[in-house]
Structure formats: structure tokens, C-alpha cells
Design a protein around this ligand. Sequence first.
Ligand SMILES: NC(=O)C1=CN([C@@H]2O[C@H](COP(=O)(O)OP(=O)(O)OC[C@H]3O[C@@H](n4cnc5c(N)ncnc54)[C@H](O)[C@@H]3O)[C@@H](O)[C@H]2O)C=CC1
Ligand SMILES: CC(=O)C(=O)O
Length: 353
Amino acid sequence: MKKASSLSELGFDADGGASGFFRPVADGASTPTSQRRRLTKISVIGAGNVGMAIAQTILTRDLADEIALVDALPDKLRGEMLDLQHAAAFLPRVRLVSDTDLSVTRGSDLAIVTAGARQIPGETRLNLLQRNVALFRKIVPPLAEHSPEALLLIVSNPVDVLTYVAWKLSGFPASRVIGSGTNLDSSRFRFLLAEHLQVNAQDVQAYMVGEHGDSSVAIWSSMSVAGMPVLKSLRESHQSFDEEALEGIRRAVVDSAYEVISLKGYTSWAIGYSVASLAASLLRDQHRIHPVSVLAAGFHGISDGHQVFLSLPARLGRAGVLGVAEMELTEEEARRLRRSAKTLWENCQLLGL
Ligand SMILES: NC(=O)C1=CN([C@@H]2O[C@H](COP(=O)(O)OP(=O)(O)OC[C@H]3O[C@@H](n4cnc5c(N)ncnc54)[C@H](O)[C@@H]3O)[C@@H](O)[C@H]2O)C=CC1
Ligand SMILES: CC(=O)C(=O)O
């Protein structure tokens, strides 16, 4: 049985009796319309492990005035919403709403899609494609209709191909359709390097680009700490630091998701922080650089005709993707990136969108 969870649902006045509780200090004391701040609304579609980790990180970072949660499971959805609402005394004031119907997302500034199947231990992300494309066909068109000016941030896997799918199905410009991409892989990469070098991961400049998945590419040539090239010092301190050792570290980054999934069944906390950092850069117009999934046609020798989405370092702001960095890659890095693009483009083409 659905129980009332607010005083208005129990029959109390909708304004909570506030007019009887406080005496106005002066006539017309309310904020003039011209000075009212525009409220920020974020929607999270899919209130599973990932969606809820994102919602709670966004709440603690005070990024939204309203958060709308959507899921296909009504009881779980309401339970998640209430559980977060009960933290109200410890958080900034946020209106939290939820519904199984996407109309609750109306007027979103940012819509984050996490709905869909996730990997079982050992399964690749690309394996999820057909199931999640079918879901996106149901979710993306109404989402775009309810919030035609929104930024779309795709998280469901395989994230790069699904970002392409969301771009096609929404009809939005590519600058407003972004995949969370290798923002997470790059954090894992920086964590491993920081542990090795005994420094803070925030001081390690290092990017993984390409597919968020098995063919991701580690950009060793531009990796630095305090402006110092890391590869050079690793090679000087470890005599046997060759291509095989580098591939071993890249593989450790790729395998780290598989390891967490085999241990706890899913990944959630790191992607929660990763997506909240993207939300902050976008909605607060930070112009920060993140490796995220963007339309990569024409970059690093990827054919102009291949409308593939994959991660490259991009400058993010309130309008979405403001620009993509023209990284200097070694020939080997560019070759690996093109191979990653080829794998993704082959998958996109199969969809016939
Ligand atoms: N891009 C990235 O870096 C990462 C992506 N992921 C991906 O995120 C996705 C979600 O993972 P989890 O949250 O662990 O899975 P989960 O199974 O916990 O949550 C998925 C949710 O989607 C909901 N859902 C299904 N159909 C729906 C519909 N039509 N409308 C609204 N909601 C619907 C389900 O009811 C469920 O609550 C997976 O595809 C996973 O692979 C996970 C971690 C990192
Ligand atoms: C599941 C997934 O994509 C990740 O944690 O990287």
C-alpha cells in the first residue's frame, strides 16, 4: 500500500502553513522576478546502482535545485526517492521528484541516462548493445521532447555506441550529447600511477581515450606530474620499462572494472563521482577538460564519414562540448585510437539508424 510521505499528502495545506508561521517583514518583500535565479533541474533516468550513486553525489555537491528520478520499477523508485529525501536535514534544499513516466523530467537542464542492462561477471560492455538500444528507442525520443534544450549525458553501456544512438534518436546537435566515456578510465589510470609515484591522483595529468572498454588507449606521451613527463622518468628508473610494461598498466585499468564487477556485482561509487564532476563542469560552465565521448569524425585520421562517438579530451561548459583538444599523439597511439574507432563504428553501423 502506498503511504503518505509528506504533510500535504496527509491533507495539510500545500504551502505548509508557512503564511501563518512567519509574518512578512515588509510589503513586496519577495525577490523581484528580474532578480530571481533560474533554477537548475537534473534528471536521472535509471535509479539502479549507478543512477543512485550519481544522484547522491550530485546532491552532496549542491549542483541542482530539482532532481527528477525515473525508473521502470515503481516501488524501488519511490523507496530510493524517500531514502534520499530523508537526508534533507543534512543537505542543501533540493526538490526531489520521481515517476515511472518520463514527463517528470520536463524542463531538465541536464538529463543523465543510466537505465539498462549491466554486465554480468566476465561479460563485455559491447555485449549489452542490443538490449540497451531497444531501451533507448523507448527512452530517448520522449526525453528529448520533454526537454528540448537539455544536455544529454549518457552513462549506460556500451556508452560510446549508446551516445551515438542517443544523438541519432534525440535529433540534438552533437555538442549537447555527451557520453561519460573514459572520464572514469582516466581516473582509474591516474589512481594507479599516483599509487606508484606516491602522489595525489589530482596532480597526475593522464588520459585514457577511445572506447570506454576493452580497446581504450592510454596516452603515455603526454602524461605528466608537476609538468614533468612521467614516461621518461619511469623509463629511467625501471630499466625494463618497455611496451609490454605499458600495455600491462593499460590492461590493469581495463581489468579494474571487471574486477569490481566480479567482487561486488557492479561498479557505482567511482562512476557516481565521475558523472557528478561532468555535471559540475557542464552546468557551472567551468570550461574544464574531460575525456568524454564526443563525435570524433575527422580527428586523428578517423574518417569524416564515420560518425563515431569516442572519448577525446573535451572542453565542457553550459552549452555542452565547447571544443575538442587537438592532442599530439604518437603514430602508435593514433593507430590504436583509429582501431578503437573502427570497432565502435562497426557496431554503430549494425544498428541501421
Ligand atoms: N559508462 C560507465 O562508465 C558505466 C556505465 N555503467 C552502466 O550503467 C548501466 C546501469 O548499471 P547499474 O545501475 O549497475 O544497473 P542496475 O540494474 O542497478 O540499474 C538499471 C536500472 O535501469 C532501470 N530501467 C530498466 N528499464 C528502464 C526504463 N525503460 N526506464 C527507466 N528505467 C529503466 C532498471 O529498473 C534498473 O533500476 C549499465 O548499462 C552499466 O553497464 C555502469 C558503470 C559505469
Ligand atoms: C561498468 C563500467 O563500465 C565501468 O565501471 O567501467
